[in-house]
Unconditional design. Structure first.
Ligand SMILES: Nc1nc2c(ncn2[C@@H]2O[C@H](COP(=O)(O)OP(=O)(O)OP(=O)(O)O)[C@@H](O)[C@H]2O)c(=O)[nH]1
Ligand SMILES: [Zn+2]
Length: 339
């Protein structure tokens, strides 16, 4: 796209947004510094970010108590799942340091490109069900996004109570077969029959997120896993002190059966953003031995001679279903649609 000249009004609006942002961050910094200098804070302690709200975060200390905190000036934006050092205060505390993140989930943001939404996630649970019909390219979007972020994905087949319908069972078996062959873990549940033991087991001692297409049962699973009280608190926390609804951000829950769940509508759509063709290729784990060995360095794996990927598909070393899904995702990239 050519350079676009901004109209005066557009330029004014952008400037206004930038001014407001910088004013907001100055206010945030001065509040944190005021509290720190005022000396009314407790000792430094380790904390976990439960949720983030604009310029403040909710932090859980080692004693499991939670507190709203301001963020010290030199720190980046903090997100749910971050491990931090903070000082508790009478009314509000201050986060003074951020520990290194081992993984980070990002979403597109109109201003900053990609914006972090949650940190330190260990596994992405891709939920599918016999109904709505599972499609390989949808599953692959999530798998590729997880692989790209360096987070272990696993597949969760929910609504297993529907598998007594033979045509649904056949579809599910066919869709899941290539993933099992690739070594992806597949776990089965039925939220309806409260048959959650396999899921409870894989969630233990880990920080997980649920993703998957609408209607597969993510909410039902979260509701079955968490006590009602935890969910009620979560609803409350989405209102600020004036009772206005604030942007819903990711929230961290400790599961009574062990493990941590980070959940938000934004995270559930995880993976539906732009990525480069190279990232996409790397997200298909079985492509690895064939990448970079095509005759042409810029091979698009369409009809080029000596294409290593096409040869691997011919030889059955890459499944046709997965290659088809790769092509669908590449087309979406080329058409500049979100992947
Ligand atoms: N048969 C059956 N139905 C289920 C099961 N789990 C959930 N459902 C039903 O599936 C429908 C969708 O469930 P939700 O939990 O709302 O699905 P979701 O993935 O959260 O959907 P979104 O909120 O749109 O992303 C509801 O009618 C549930 O009652 C299950 O194990 N078996
Ligand atoms: Zn090629």
């Amino acid at each position: 796209m050519g350079k676009r000249k901004l109209t005066k009004q557009q330029a004014w609006r952008i400037q206004k947004i930038q001014d407001e942002r910088s004013k907001r961050s100055q206010k945030r910094d001065s509040k944190a510094d005021e509290l720190l200098v005022g000396g009314e804070l407790g000792d430094e302690q380790e904390g976990l970010i439960i949720s983030h709200f604009g310029t403040q975060v909710e932090v859980e200390g080692t004693n499991a108590e939670r507190q709203r905190c301001f963020i010290r000036a030199n720190l980046p934006a903090l997100v749910t799942g971050d491990r931090v050092v903070f000082c508790a205060g009478e009314y509000a505390g201050v986060v003074v340091a951020l520990h290194e993140r081992h993984t980070i989930l990002k979403r597109p943001d109109p201003y900053t490109g990609l914006k972090p939404v949650a940190a330190n996630i260990d596994q992405v649970v891709v939920v599918i069900a016999p109904q709505p019909t599972p499609y390989a390219d949808l599953i692959d979007r999530y798998l590729v996004a997880a692989e790209t972020a360096g987070i272990e994905p696993l597949l969760l087949l929910n609504k297993t109570d529907l598998l007594d319908q033979p045509e649904l069972k056949d579809t599910v078996d066919e869709v899941l077969e290539p993933y099992k062959a690739l070594g992806y873990r597949v776990v089965q549940t039925s939220a309806n029959r409260a048959d959650l033991s396999a899921l409870v087991h894989v969630l233990q001692d880990r920080v997980s997120v649920f993703v998957g297409q609408s209607g597969v049962g993510k909410s039902s699973l979260v509701n079955s896993l968490l006590p009602a009280a935890a969910l009620r608190t979560s609803e409350l926390s989405q209102y600020n002190q004036k009772g206005q609804h604030t942007t819903t951000t990711a929230r961290l829950f400790h599961l009574p059966t062990g493990g941590v769940l980070i959940d938000s509508p934004g995270i559930r759509e995880f993976g539906l953003w732009h990525m480069s063709r190279a990232e996409l290729e790397q997200g298909f784990r079985e492509f690895a031995p064939f990448l970079g060995v095509c005759r042409f360095r810029d091979c698009k794996h369409e009809a080029e001679p000596d294409c290593a990927l096409l040869a691997a598909v011919d030889e059955g070393r890459i499944s046709e279903a997965r290659f088809r899904s790769y092509q669908i995702l590449v087309d979406a990239l080329d058409a500049d649609r979100p992947v």
